[in-house]
Design a protein around this ligand. Sequence first.
Ligand SMILES: [Zn+2]
Length: 49
Amino acid sequence: MSKKKVSLACSVCGSRNYTIAENLNRKERLEVKKFCRYCGQHTLHRETR
Ligand SMILES: [Zn+2]
């Protein structure tokens, strides 16, 4: 059983700050509010490949 990993990139500065395990068979793009240490605030992070 393997889990697929995706990176979450800050939508403001583009830094990849987080890596998460992706849910199987997910259609929507992940968008999560997380703290970006480059921006110094919480920003919207999107998945990247
Ligand atoms: Zn940022």
